[in-house]
Design a protein around this ligand. Structure first.
Ligand SMILES: *Cc1c(COP(=O)(O)O)cnc(C)c1O
Length: 396
C-alpha cells in the first residue's frame, strides 16, 4: 500500500493481505506450518530467502499483516513482531549487542525493563549506565568506548518525563550507538520517533495498539537491513514470536488507535487540570499541563499529552502518603485497580507497591516514585464520571 497516505487511512487499510477467498476483513491464519506441493518445493522454500511461509515461528500471514501495518504507522521500512513488549526488548539487545558491549539508558523505565538491564543482561556481560532522560549532557557523559546502544522511554512511566528524542539521537549517532525508543505511551498516533532520529522503535502492543486490554504483544520497527539481517535470525531461532491470534486482535485494535488515543488524551487533560486545582493533591504529572517541566518539548514532539496522568497526594510521612494514595484507589467504583494501561477502561495503580515494587528503594527514590504517587491511565468513559470517581477518596 502507498505509504504516503495519511495515518488514519494506513491504520485501517495498510498491510492487508487477501487470500484466494477474497475475504474483506483480515483472515486469522491459525496454522503452525504450511504445506508444499512437492519435496523439491519444500527444499526450495526452506533455503530461499523469499517471502514464503514455512513455519509460524518464522512467519505467518496474520503476523505479517500486523508487522506491515505497524511499520507503515511508524514510518519505518520493516517491523518484526514479538510475543510481548519485554520479548521485543530481549530480542533487540540479544540481536544487536554482545558480551563487553555497554548500554546507556534512561533511568526512568518500565519496571521489568529496568530489571532486564540491571539484573539479566549484566549476567551476560552487557552493562548499563542509567541517566536522567531529560538531561542530554548526562547521556553524553555516560558514553564509553564500548557503548553500542542508547535506550529511551518517553514519556516515562509513571512520571511522564519527556526526553528530547532529537537531541539524544544526535548524541547516539555521534558515537555510532543504536538508538532504541520505547514508544509505548504515545503510540505512533501521537509521536513518531523514527522521524526524530530513532533507529529502532520498540512497542508493547499490549497497551495502546490493542487498546482494549485483551492480548500481549510487542514489536520492533526500523530499517529493512537491521530487521532482516539482525532481528529476524534471532527471533526465528529463539522463538519469542507473536501468535497469529494475538496479531489478528492487534490488527483490529490499530484501526481505532488514533480515535481512541486522541479522545483519551482529551479526557486525561481535563482530569489533570482538575487534579491540579485540588488542594489534596501535591503535584500532577501530565505533559499537556503548562506546569510540566518539559511542556515545550512535549508540544513539539507529541500531538497530544497522552492518556497517562500521575499525581502525588499530600502527607507528612511516607506512611501517611501511602494511606492517602490507597484511600483514593480503594474509594473508586469505576476505575479498575490493575497494572495495565492503554485500555478503554480507566485503570488506577499505586506504582510504589505494584509496578515498581520489585526495584530497590534507592532506585525507586531515584526515579521519583514516592508512596503518595497514583498513576491513572485514562480510558474512554465520561471524564466527568472519572473525576467524580477519584474525588470520592481525595479527602478523608
Ligand atoms: C508494558 C510496558 C512494557 C512491557 O510490555 P509487555 O507487553 O508487558 O511485555 C515495556 N515498556 C513500557 C513503557 C510498558 O508500559
Amino acid at each position: 500500500m502507498d505509504d504516503s497516505l495519511n495515518f488514519d487511512t494506513l491504520a485501517v487499510r495498510s498491510g492487508t493481505l487477501r487470500s484466494e477467498f477474497g475475504e474483506h476483513s483480515e483472515a486469522l491464519f491459525l496454522t503452525s506450518s504450511f504445506v508444499f506441493a512437492s519435496a523439491a518445493e519444500a527444499a526450495d522454500r526452506f533455503t530461499s530467502s523469499g517471502d514464503y511461509y514455512t513455519y509460524s515461528r518464522f512467519t505467518n500471514p496474520t503476523v505479517t499483516m500486523f508487522q506491515e501495518r505497524l511499520a507503515a504507522l511508524e514510518g519505518g521500512e520493516a517491523c518484526i513482531a514479538t510475543a510481548s513488549g519485554m520479548a521485543a526488548i530481549m530480542s533487540v539487545v540479544m540481536s544487536a549487542l554482545k558480551a563487553g558491549d555497554h548500554l546507556v539508558s534512561s533511568r526512568s523505565l518500565f519496571g521489568s525493563t529496568l530489571g532486564m538491564f540491571s539484573q539479566i543482561f549484566s549476567k551476560f556481560g552487557i552493562n548499563t549506565t542509567f541517566v536522567d532522560p531529560t538531561n542530554p549532557d548526562a547521556w553524553k557523559k555516560a558514553v564509553r568506548p564500548e557503548t553500542k546502544m542508547f535506550f529511551l522511554e518517553t514519556p516515562s512511566n509513571p512520571l511522564t518525563e519527556i526526553a528530547d528524542i532529537e537531541a539524544i539521537g544526535a548524541i547516539a549517532h555521534s558515537v555510532n550507538a543504536l538508538f532504541v525508543v520505547d514508544n509505548c505511551f504515545c503510540s505512533p498516533a501521537l509521536q513518531q520517533p523514527l522521524k526524530l532520529g530513532a533507529d529502532i522503535v520498540m512497542h508493547s502492543a499490549t497497551k495502546f495498539l490493542d487498546g482494549q486490554g485483551r492480548v500481549l504483544g510487542g514489536a520492533l520497527v526500523g530499517s529493512k537491513q537491521f530487521i532482516t539481517e539482525k532481528l529476524f535470525p534471532f527471533v526465528r531461532s529463539a522463538g519469542p514470536t507473536l501468535s497469529a491470534f494475538n496479531a489478528w486482535v492487534l490488527l483490529k485494535g490499530m484501526e481505532t488507535l488514533s480515535v481512541r488515543i486522541e479522545r483519551q488524551s482529551a479526557n486525561a487533560l481535563e482530569i489533570a487540570r482538575w487534579l491540579e486545582s485540588d488542594p489534596a493533591v501535591k503535584r500532577v504529572f501530565y505533559p499537556g499541563l503548562q506546569s510540566h517541566p518539559q511542556y515545550e518539548i512535549a508540544k513539539r514532539q507529541q500531538k497530544a499529552g497522552g492518556a497517562i496522568v500521575s499525581f502525588e497526594l499530600n502527607g507528612d510521612t511516607p506512611e501517611q502518603m501511602r494511606a492517602n494514595a490507597w484511600r483514593v484507589i480503594d474509594s473508586t467504583k469505576i476505575c479498575s485497580i490493575t497494572g495495565n494501561l492503554g485500555d478503554t477502561r480507566t485503570t488506577i495503580t499505586h506504582p510504589a507497591t505494584t509496578t515498581h515494587a520489585r526495584i530497590t528503594p534507592e532506585a525507586r527514590a531515584d526515579a521519583g516514585i514516592t508512596e503518595g504517587l497514583v498513576r491513572l491511565a485514562v480510558g474512554l468513559e465520561s471524564a466527568t464520571d472519572i473525576r467524580d470517581d477519584i474525588a470520592r477518596g481525595l479527602t478523608p
